[in-house]
Design a protein around this ligand. Structure first.
Ligand SMILES: *Cc1c(COP(=O)(O)O)cnc(C)c1O
Length: 384
């Protein structure tokens, strides 16, 4: 039987249209955008057009887009860049306790270098309370970094309200929008953020490329040093083919936004409904309303997530237990831990992240497989 991929929160296949857009940039148009001859000029045309596309997709000006190697680098640049440049104003940063490791580990690094970080806890559905963020603000707070949507449980945070409280106090706000782009409408001016991270490979673009939106007038320091690429904020010859592919993926995401969201939401709700209805002792992790259209995260009592994952894999079905970034370690997910779940509840959780190409038939096949696998595992479990 045809394999089923339902791990789009980890990565996506590159859209054939994106591959077509990239291809000439490996061969005929191979120039370095910094060169003054016509090869360089041609590369610059592709680079500028891509910057224009990515900027307009999020309501930004092209000068506010810095291309990077992906979400991780964008998060590092945003957080360290703001911290280093603004440390004379204060050394306090606010974040949540369910951020992606690219944010959490960058904050932990800064804590070892003289900065203080407050990790505001989420509630049992993974939502941040804006009042708690407000209470965490101090006179020396320079940055609030809160993800737009969570990669494990899909919770969408009240980032607009956080921006409002920060603006009054002159605090910069960064959001990691890697999971929300293409699934939640994003306009940087409507949201009010100063910095926003996006990545190409979560939206059917190539890996190793992304962008950081930096609002005009934001005081930020470069974190890598070299040539004057990307306005001196991010040195290194631009990955033109990757950037062109990323821009094409952004264009597709924009063009297909309504259809994609409707399709994903309907598959998501079908799966959640069928699983909760047909499998006893199954519970949804995260919030039902403030949730990404493609995220299904469910915990099953009396079974191990890894066992379910491997048996599903034997049937050609790819899902995950937590995020790809933490699932190779046996530590329970910090996100599920933040929801206040007991260890055995965390271990029985599965994350299914849907994509454009998934069908209703696939959704039903996965639910059938889950019913069978969980039945077998529970029959062997002394706890069940
Ligand atoms: C995947 C992901 C990242 C990392 O992006 P890369 O491009 O893989 O470096 C960061 N944040 C979130 C929320 C993600 O899902």
């Amino acid at each position: 039987m045809k394999p089923i991929y339902m791990d789009h929160g980890s990565t996506t296949a590159v859209d054939p249209d994106v591959v077509r857009a990239m291809t000439p940039y490996f061969t005929e148009i191979f120039g370095n955008a910094s060169s003054l001859h016509s090869y360089g000029e041609q590369a610059t045309v592709g680079l500028n057009a891509s910057r224009q596309i990515v900027a307009s997709a999020i309501g930004a000006h092209p000068d506010e887009i810095i291309f990077t190697s992906g979400g991780t680098e964008s998060d590092n640049l945003a957080i360290k860049g703001i911290a280093y440049r603004n440390q004379d104003r204060g050394r306090h940063i606010i974040t949540s306790n369910i951020e992606h490791p690219a944010v959490l580990n960058t904050c932990a690094y800064l804590e070892k270098h003289g900065f203080e970080v407050t990790y505001v806890p989420v509630n049992d559905r993974g939502l941040l309370d804006v009042e708690s963020v407000k209470e965490a603000v101090r006179d020396d707070t320079i940055l609030i970094t809160v993800m737009h949507a969570n990669n494990e449980i899909g919770t969408i945070q009240p980032i607009e309200e956080i921006c409002i409280l920060a603006r009054d106090k002159g605090i910069y706000v960064h959001t990691d929008a890697v999971q929300s782009i293409g699934k939640v409408p994003i306009d940087v001016n409507r949201i009010g953020v100063d910095l926003l991270s996006i990545s190409s490979h979560k939206i059917y673009g190539p890996k190793g490329v992304g962008a950081l939106y930096i609002r005009k007038g934001t005081n930020i320091e470069a974190i890598s040093h070299g040539g004057s690429h990307e306005r001196g904020i991010r040195a290194g010859t631009e990955n033109i083919s990757g950037i062109v592919g990323f821009a094409r993926a952004m264009e597709l995401a924009q063009a297909r936004f309504d259809g994609d969201c409707e399709h994903l939401r309907s598959l998501r709700d079908r799966m959640i409904g069928n699983i909760l209805k047909s499998i006893d002792h199954s519970y949804l992790n995260g919030d039902l309303e403030q949730r990404l259209v493609n995220n299904v995260n469910i915990r099953f009592s009396y079974v191990e997530g890894e066992a379910m994952l491997l048996l599903l894999n034997n049937k050609g079905i790819a899902v995950s237990t937590g995020s790809a970034c933490s699932s190779k370690s046996l530590k329970p997910s910090h996100v599920l831990e933040a929801l206040g779940l007991a260890p055995e509840e965390m271990h029985g959780s599965l994350r299914i992240t849907l994509g454009r190409e998934n069908t209703e038939a696939e959704a039903d096949r996965v639910v059938e497989a889950l019913i069978e696998i969980i039945g077998k595992l529970r029959a062997m479990s002394p706890l069940a």
